[in-house]
Write a protein that binds this ligand. Structure first.
Ligand code: DP6
Length: 326
């Protein structure tokens, strides 16, 4: 009744922002991401007939309140499916400092979905695991797979056609990501609340939804053709469009700090000097630079020299989520 799983974080090149159903956590747009080797979460789940309530340890410290509630809500789905009436002890560790503002619900819920279903004796397919992970966090569905991954929007009200699928595994293409950490503070508005605010108040919401299928089509094609310039340009476009939508919410959501903006300019300047590098940014201030292995050193040095950049993490593409032991 116990299992340990590991899952890697991911970043979206075509972004997910908005939900078509909040309760089932169904996205309002599809998305395409790459899985990141250097950022992962290892989670052990142990169902215990003698304990009466779930417990959660994050990097060795016991968590209660909101964080524990989110885990218990998730485990309820697993218990129901396995017809199990036992509390669980969940121990989760990130291989990167949690304080770095990189704590990712994507790797966390993918690892939890895999470890908890295995511990409960359920034998779910990867497709089913993506659907389950999505209930914990939309981006987590994509972390079930390595390499290049697409999350499908689906149309059914039950959400069983809203799953993630691998486009190519990590051996398809050696892309690199450099993550410039610009702040260790926790963001003020999380993705879930931010998405609700954008849907309810941003005048750009309708056009965001309407323009999404074209972005997804183009990104799929760019990956198929290994057209790095197209992938990069589309990634910047989707990122800036998502942030325009967030900025246009009321009150506007500003996820960037000054260093994030300096980083965007620095990357565009690098491009003018011949490096093939593009940026993307999620709902926070860290800047992610996408490049080929030959440009890693130049990009890393440039990012490290921007005042306010605390450190730069270099990563290649990562693998599928997997069970690593009891
Ligand atoms: C900006 O997956 O964290 O990173 O489903 O509410 O948990 P919830 O949201 P979450 O949102 C991720 C938003 C994003 C873009 C992306 O990863 O596609």
């Amino acid at each position: 009744m116990q299992a340990t799983a590991i899952a890697h974080s991911n970043i979206a090149l075509v972004k997910y922002w908005g939900k078509r159903d909040v309760k089932l956590n169904l996205p309002a747009v599809g998305s395409i991401s790459i899985t990141l080797d250097a950022l992962s979460t290892k989670t052990k789940v142990q169902f215990d007939p003698n304990s009466t309530s779930d417990t959660l340890f994050l990097n060795g410290n016991e968590s209660t309140g909101k964080e524990l509630k989110r885990i218990t809500t998730f485990l309820e789905m697993v218990r129901k499916r396995a017809n199990l009436n036992m509390a669980a002890c969940v121990e989760s560790e990130n291989n990167f400092p949690t304080a770095a503002g990189l704590a990712s619900s994507a790797s966390a819920f993918a690892a939890l979905a895999l470890a908890s279903t295995e511990a409960a004796g359920l034998d779910l397919s990867e497709n089913e695991l993506t659907i389950l992970s999505r209930r914990g966090s939309g981006s987590a569905a994509r972390s079930i797979y390595g390499g290049f991954v697409e999350m499908h929007l689906g149309k059914n009200p039950d959400g069983y056609d809203s799953f993630a699928e691998q486009i190519e595994d990590k051996s398809y293409w050696d892309l690199r990501v450099l993550i410039a950490v610009t702040s260790e503070k926790q963001k003020k508005t999380g993705s879930t609340d931010g998405m609700t605010l954008s849907r309810d108040t941003s005048p750009y919401y309708k056009s965001w939804i309407g323009s999404s299928p074209a972005d997804l089509n183009e990104m799929r094609q760019a990956i198929r053709e290994k057209d790095f310039q197209k992938i990069g340009e589309l990634s910047e476009f989707s990122c800036l469009k998502m942030h325009a939508l967030a900025l246009g919410s009321n009150p506007g959501l500003i996820y960037w700090n000054g260093t994030t903006v300096d980083g965007m300019h620095a990357i565009r300047e690098l491009r003018q000097h011949g490096s093939e590098v593009y940026f993307t940014i999620d709902a926070g201030p860290q800047l992610k630079a996408l490049c080929l292995p030959s440009d890693v050193d130049t990009v890393k040095k440039t990012l490290e020299n921007i005042p306010g950049v605390q450190r730069v993490i270099h990563t290649a593409l990562g693998d599928n989520a997997r069970i690593i032991g009891e």
